[in-house]
Design a protein around this ligand. Structure first.
Ligand code: HEC
Ligand code: HEC
Length: 351
């Protein structure tokens, strides 16, 4: 029973998908359980007074051009403006009896009557639909990212995503929000929240990984000497002998974009640090990672680069260790937007 509960996060997707499917099949149908009015009802009762005739330059319902520019701000921004009021648009459409969710529905209704394709939010409490990343990707992003249309990085193609992730996850999310070239703003789904876009990107990046990303995070034991939890960040140390990597690389065709230059000579290890946000278990890919290796006499310090290793993203570089010696390994991690660095110390004895 316990084990079933543990896999709950994966199973939790199922009801979400069912809810989504039900909603799209019956969208617009009156739902007796809902206290909130549907978008059309709110528009008929309140918003239509100005948005049907276009009073005071209110964007008219059905005027695709007037709505397209405004819709590109996304649902969150539009809702915020409609709740607080903007220029001649009164707060709550001038009717304090309209709930937040009703405002959202009314906006979605008007946008959809004006050439848009937005999805109505479910439920009363949540401000927007909670859609799983899988659903978003399969329903929308896959249109281009499945086949790699127009150079879109393919789902699960980590070598294609890693160079883009080098800028960090936040700039990538911002880039997807604004769109560029053949990549439409918000992936062509204007009502996606920033959080949903982030989830969709991480999903596309991690697609095909055998375990919950990053791979070592899933089964970490509390006493694992290669795992530290510092300031809400899971930090994992991995050591791979250069000899083993050379042997593996010899078997891989030269096409592998993630190919690394492996130093020759004895005693080299590829030291890699993987990071994950402890709460969400989302891999951290926007950090600066530096490592100091000390045997008590000498210290070697190097920056680690973003690499695809162990079928997940980590930060790595090569260090040389002498067989039989004990080392202190200190990882210093800086994240954008986080003041100072966090440090994790590991012990390593070279076999
Ligand atoms: C008294 C007239 C009036 C009513 C009633 C009204 N609106 Fe508006 N609305 C306006 C005007 C005028 C604008 C254009 C404001 C501007 O951009 O200068 C506008 C703009 C908007 C915008 C675009 C905001 C943006 O950021 O560009 C949204 C969204 C909106 N209204 C939603 C609603 C909703 C939802 C309702 C009903 C609950 C509603 N309005 C009722 C007059 C009204
Ligand atoms: C109409 C086709 C299309 C759809 C739909 C689409 N994308 Fe894209 N996307 C592209 C193309 C093409 C690129 C490559 C653009 C470039 O680098 O010039 C791209 C690039 C990206 C990038 C990388 C941006 C960068 O700065 O490197 C991200 C992130 C992204 N898409 C996310 C998404 C998400 C999330 C969705 C779904 C919500 C989505 N895309 C839907 C075509 C699409």
């Amino acid at each position: 029973m316990r084990t079933q509960a543990r896999s709950g996060s994966a199973l939790a997707l199922l009801p979400a998908i069912v809810v989504f499917a039900t909603l799209s099949a019956f969208s617009g149908a009156a739902d007796a359980q809902r206290k909130e009015r549907l978008g059309k009802e709110v528009v008929d009762a309140v918003c239509g007074a100005c948005h049907v005739p276009g009073k005071d330059k209110a964007p008219k319902i059905g005027d695709a051009k007037a709505w397209a520019g405004r819709a590109s701000q996304g649902l969150t921004a539009l809702t915020d403006h409609a709740l607080k009021g903007i220029r001649n648009m009164p707060a709550h459409g001038g009717s304090s009896g309209v709930s937040d969710i009703e405002i959202e529905r009314a906006i979605i209704y008007m946008v959809n009557r004006s050439g848009g394709h937005w999805v109505e939010p479910v439920g009363g409490a949540t401000p927007a639909v909670v859609r799983s990343s899988e659903m978003i990707v399969q329903n929308q992003c896959a249109k281009c990212h499945q086949s790699g249309q127009d150079g879109a990085p393919k789902i699960g193609d980590r070598p294609a995503w890693i160079p883009r992730l080098k800028k960090g996850l936040d700039p990538l999310v911002a880039s997807a929000i604004h769109g560029h070239g053949p990549m439409p703003a918000r992936g062509g789904m204007p009502d996606l929240s920033d959080q949903e876009i982030r989830g969709a990107i991480v999903y596309m990046f991690n697609y095909g990984l055998p375990a919950t990303p990053p791979a070592p995070a899933a089964r970490a034991m509390p006493a694992d000497p290669h795992h530290k939890l510092v300031s809400g960040t899971d930090i994992y140390l991995g050591m791979v002998r250069a000899e083993a990597m050379r042997a593996a690389q010899a078997q891989v065709k030269k096409t592998s974009a993630a190919k690394v230059d492996i130093p020759s000579g004895k005693g080299y290890y590829h030291l890699n640090i993987s990071l994950a946000d402890n709460k969400s278990q989302v891999p951290v890919t926007d950090a600066q990672v530096k490592v100091r290796v000390s045997d008590g006499m000498t210290t070697e310090s190097k920056a680690l680069g973003l690499v695809a290793a162990n079928n997940a993203v980590s930060y790595g570089n090569f260090f040389r260790f002498s067989s039989g010696n004990a080392y202190n390994i200190t990882a210093e991690i800086r994240r954008p937007g986080v003041a100072g660095a966090i440090e994790a110390k590991f012990d390593f004895k070279a076999p």
